[in-house]
Design a protein around this ligand. Sequence first.
Ligand SMILES: Nc1ccn([C@@H]2O[C@H](COP(=O)(O)OP(=O)(O)OP(=O)(O)O)[C@@H](O)[C@H]2O)c(=O)n1
Ligand SMILES: C[C@](O)(CO)[C@H](O)COP(=O)(O)O
Length: 251
Amino acid sequence: MNASGAVAAAVVPAAGRGERLGPGAPKALRELGGVPLLVHAVRALARSRAVGLVVVAAPADGVAEVVALLDSHGLDDKDIRVVAGGATRQESVRLGLAAIPEEVGIVLVHDAARPLVPVEVVDAVAAAVRAGCGAVVPAVPLADTVKRVEPNPGGPEPVVDTPERATLRAVQTPQGFDRATLVEVHAKALAEETAGGVAAPPVTDDAGLVERYGGTVVVVPGHEEAFKVTRPLDLVLAEAVLARRRAADAY
Ligand SMILES: Nc1ccn([C@@H]2O[C@H](COP(=O)(O)OP(=O)(O)OP(=O)(O)O)[C@@H](O)[C@H]2O)c(=O)n1
Ligand SMILES: C[C@](O)(CO)[C@H](O)COP(=O)(O)O
């Protein structure tokens, strides 16, 4: 715990291109209501009293730009550090993690691409880790039925099976971890990558690494407004949510 009473640090992977969003600046720097997605995401974390430090993994060629951006949005009074991110989300998180002091016991990992996560979700994830869960993910039930298929891009895809929807969750961020656990699984994954041979593909979330090495992950309730801005329609929805919050003076 630091002097402010905060118990956790947060890593914000923000080094992605945003290919699915279409041409333009790197996704984290694209604007929502006139403010970059990254700034929204960092503000959301900074609102939580559980979070005492935020480490942003920026595009490798954009570190100075991101530092200036955060300063220009009034975030220069927070403990925020910016490091160069990597070629994959997994690598960006690992590089951000390396900048967190060893005495920090709890680490949250939050996508820059989830600008509207409510502070209650951040607090709930941090509280669950503090209560002893080593790896915690916020998630929501699915609205759609999901089918597993044999991928056949551009053609009909045979259905393999239909997982029971009631047992499925759509996973969000921030994901929360006991720091030592997260450092250990990232180190193991890196060692496997650099050892040669057939490395496992990068995971799409950090909890996936904990699962890969046999750890336990638990789910806590997420929030429908914590959705990820991935495709153009997500930005339209995010603008509507933000406008509603601003009209209600809730932002
Ligand atoms: N090399 C990478 C790739 C992704 N991310 C971050 O991981 C989060 C979730 O990734 P995603 O939404 O897939 O972002 P992009 O990789 O930018 O999207 P796309 O796959 O459409 O290019 C984002 O905040 C993104 O900036 C990162 O830090 N480093
Ligand atoms: C971490 C994540 O947001 C959880 O849903 C998601 O897996 C990121 O995936 P992406 O393909 O990097 O957007």
